[in-house]
Structure formats: structure tokens, C-alpha cells
Design a protein around this ligand. Structure first.
Ligand SMILES: *Cc1c(COP(=O)(O)O)cnc(C)c1O
Length: 375
């Protein structure tokens, strides 16, 4: 969330430099004589260094990153891809765009993919599994990885809402075969619109790199003479986005640290009164939102208070229709809607308090005290 909140003169200065000193070259490729830097390539390198990923490809959006990754994993029309009920519609749209079928898995107390239900949802047609680390928190990856490995099904982690989080000491996105990140305007760091793919798998990276750029192999210095093995598409990131991304990435650790300070205040005051979302043991989260269960008559009072104090809620409940597959009848079949019902009921009992950096620790302290006194 807070990426947009921390945009300041640093981003502005770098953008100005692009025009004043580098001839305003906005394209990621070529024009070598007119510029000194290749910002998209530099941004990718920085993401590799940050996450200790072997490869990174910056693309135009997180949604594009999911589609490209699924194609790179070999998913084609008619295949099945399993993802979870608490999600963002982008995963289902990417699966749908390929002509594959979205299969919905229930959520557990982490509010992410339930490993037990995952086992039941795997069929001969399953070609990929997309666990989605919603609102900064990892899914139970150890169990999910074990199941996927046994069935030899690749995992594409959707890290769009949890970039910077870890599991078992590894950055989320690198536990499965490929991970996707989003830099849209609501994410922890932002480039306005944008996304990235991280992977340690060279074949996946090579496919993605070619596919996102009309199939270009970039073997020859002239793009006009370049070779290509297949039809791709245009999902490229621009230099302006990458410049902002480089600055924002430098702020990521501080953002997480400041998020955490606010989150811990809420946790300290509210954890004895409410059932708080489960955080997997071996994980570290990015503290996007503080989520807790309230199904009593306190619920509407808390939501009203959050709105009055200018916090609102993050997805639960304010944007549940975009984040719970139960509401996606326009794209999913009846069976998947039925499969989503239990998860919808669970999500409907939760409230997510968004973490904003423009709100002070004191404001969170006061908010938590007010909530704890509601009866
Ligand atoms: C934001 C988001 C996406 C899509 O990212 P865009 O960059 O907006 O296309 C995918 N999955 C999840 C979980 C998201 O939150």
C-alpha cells in the first residue's frame, strides 16, 4: 500500500535527469548512442540483488506477469490452474485469457490457500498452482510445496501484495518455480503501473523475456534484424517506470519497518480481544494490513469508526467483490462459485485495517484503544 505515500523529490529528480541528461529515451531497448543508462535492465538487476533471485523480468503489470508466467510454465487452453478464493481477480483473468480453467481452492486461517483443500482440487488436468500471499502474508508454503512436488505440478507464487515478505529465509516468489510482483499504485512499492517476474529458472526467464517483447531474442544489435522463434506480445515496461521503481525499491525496507511499527501497536492492543489472522511460523510479513475476526454486533461499529477516522478498510470488507472469487460469476463457472462459498463466509467475518505511513503511530494507538472499548 504505502509506495505512493512515500513518493517525493527523489523520484522527481530521477525523472528530470532522464529528460535533462539522457535525451528522454523512454524505451527499454536500443538508442544506445543517445543514452547512458538502461533503466529497466538496472531495475531488474536491483530486484535480483534485493531478492537474491537469479533472474528478473520487468513487465507492464502484475496481471501480465501472471499470464506470461503461466505460459512459461506450459499452461495452455483446456488446462486447469488452481488458485485461492481470497485473491485478486487478476489471477483468474490471466488463467482465463490463456483459455485455461480457474479452479478455486479454499482458504485456511492464514486466509491464503488451504493445503488440505488443495490436495482435493488437483486433477490430471492441473498444470499449475497459484498460491496468493494476500495482504503481506505468506501462505503455508511448506505444505503447499510438498503437495505440488509429489504431484509434479509447478507453482507460480503471486507476490503482488507481499513483495518483501519471506518464508523460511527466502523471499516470497522464489519458493516455487516462478513469482510475480505488481507495482501498481496500490502496492508496497509502485511504478504507477508495472510488474515483474522473478525466478531461478533460466528457461522460464528466457521464454518470458522473449514473449513479453514480441518474441525478440535480442541476439542482434539491430532490432529490425533480430530473430524470433514464436509469436509473443508487448508487455514491456518503460524507462520512466523503471526509474521510479529503482528509487522505490530503495525505500522498501524502510516501508516495511514503518509498517511494522504501526501493525505492532494494533496487535498489542487488539490481540487479546479478537482472533487475529494466522501468520505462518517460518514467514515474515510486510504488514500491509491488520486483519481480525469480528462477527458480533461490534462489527458495524468498528467499520463505521474506521471510516470516520479516515482509515477505511483494506479489501475486507470494502473491496471484497474484487478479492473473493465468490463474486466472479461473470468469469467463473457455477462450480467454482460454490467452491468459494465457505471462504466468502470466512472473509465476511474479517476486518482489515490498512497500514498507512501518513497515519502516525499515535493515530494507530488511539484507533486501537477506541476499537478495544467498543462493545
Ligand atoms: C494487484 C494484484 C495483481 C495484479 O497486479 P496489476 O499490476 O494491478 O496488474 C495480481 N494479484 C494480486 C493478488 C494483486 O493484488
Amino acid at each position: 500500500m504505502p509506495g505512493f505515500e512515500v513518493i517525493d523529490q527523489k523520484e522527481r529528480k530521477e525523472i528530470s535527469k532522464l529528460f535533462l541528461k539522457q535525451n528522454g529515451i523512454l524505451f527499454a531497448h536500443g538508442f544506445d548512442k543517445l543514452r547512458k543508462n538502461f533503466h529497466v535492465r538496472e531495475f531488474e538487476k536491483k530486484i535480483c540483488n534485493h531478492t537474491k533471485s537469479k533472474y528478473c523480468l520487468a513487465v507492464s503489470s502484475g496481471t501480465a506477469a501472471i499470464k506470461i508466467s503461466l505460459l512459461a510454465l506450459g499452461v495452455r487452453a483446456g488446462d486447469e490452474v488452481i488458485t485461492q478464493a481470497f485473491n485478486f481477480i487478476a489471477t483468474a483473468e490471466a488463467i482465463n485469457d490463456i483459455g485455461a480453467k480457474t479452479v478455486i481452492c479454499k482458504i485456511d486461517d492464514t486466509l491464503n490457500m488451504d493445503p488440505e483443500d488443495l490436495k482435493k482440487k488437483i486433477t490430471k488436468k492441473t498444470k499449475a498452482i497459484i498460491p496468493v500471499h494476500m495482504l503481506g502474508v505468506s501462505a503455508e508454503m511448506e505444505q503447499i510445496l510438498k503437495i505440488a512436488k509429489k504431484k509434479k505440478i509447478p507453482i507460480c507464487e503471486d507476490v503482488c501484495e507481499a513483495f518483501g515478505g519471506t518464508y523460511n529465509g527466502k523471499y516470497l516468489g522464489l519458493l516455487g518455480k516462478v513469482g510475480v510482483i505488481s507495482f501498481d499504485f496500490g502496492k508496497i512499492i509502485t511504478t504507477g503501473e508495472g510488474g515483474a517476474i522473478i525466478t531461478n529458472n533460466k528457461k522460464i526467464f528466457e521464454f518470458a523475456k522473449q514473449y513479453h517483447d514480441h518474441g525478440h531474442e535480442n541476439k542482434y544489435s539491430s532490432r529490425g534484424n533480430d530473430s524470433a522463434k514464436f509469436f509473443g506480445f508487448n508487455f514491456r515496461m518503460t524507462e520512466m517506470q523503471a526509474i521510479i521503481g529503482k528509487v522505490q525499491l530503495g525505500k522498501l525496507k524502510t516501508i516495511i519497518k514503518k509498517n511494522k511499527e504501526r501493525y505492532l501497536i494494533l496487535e498489542k492492543i487488539l490481540k487479546s480481544k479478537f482472533k487475529v489472522r494466522k501468520i505462518p511460523k517460518k514467514s515474515s510479513q510486510t504488514y500491509e494490513a491488520f486483519i481480525f475476526e469480528v462477527n458480533s454486533r461490534k462489527r458495524s461499529k468498528i467499520i463505521k469508526l474506521l471510516s470516520q477516522k479516515g482509515f477505511g478498510t483494506k479489501n475486507l470488507p470494502d473491496a471484497i467483490k474484487w478479492h473473493c472469487s465468490y463474486f466472479w460469476g461473470r468469469g467463473l463457472g457455477k462450480k467454482e462459485i460454490r467452491n468459494s462459498l465457505v471462504s466468502k463466509e470466512k472473509l465476511s467475518e474479517n476486518i482489515a485495517i490498512p497500514i498507512f505511513l501518513k497515519k502516525t503511530i499515535k493515530e494507530y494507538f488511539n484507533l486501537a484503544n477506541k476499537i478495544s472499548k467498543i462493545n
